[in-house]
Write a protein that binds this ligand. Structure first.
Ligand SMILES: [Cu+2]
Length: 105
């Protein structure tokens, strides 16, 4: 009975960890973090979009300037032009979307 319960919990938890990734479990940026650096070029609060000049992404995208959607609308209020940020982006419903965001100093 106990073993079955543990197996069920692992089955539920595993996809969450796979999706959120290693760095998200630590919750902090480290030298080995997959976060990418970017500079905010344009903030479109109403559209929920931000344009970033970003370095190469882990998914193979080269450095470029492009618009991203933002997973948490509250993040947009914390970004302004020329801010340096660290972020992780994923395809969500066909659009590149910031799924993690940290301001940098
Ligand atoms: Cu890009």
């Amino acid at each position: 009975m106990k073993v079955a319960l543990i197996a069920a919990l692992v089955a539920i938890a595993a996809p969450v960890f796979a999706h959120e990734g290693h760095a998200a479990m630590h919750g902090q940026t480290t030298a080995e973090s997959p976060l990418t650096e970017g500079v905010v070029k344009k903030v479109e609060q109403a559209a929920g979009k931000v344009t970033l000049s970003h370095g190469p992404l882990p998914n193979g995208m080269p450095a470029m300037t492009m618009a991203f959607r933002v997973k948490d609308p509250a993040w947009i209020g914390r970004m302004k032009e020329n801010d340096r940020i660290r972020f992780a982006a994923e395809q969500v419903d066909g659009a590149m979307t910031l799924v993690r965001f940290e301001p940098t100093r």
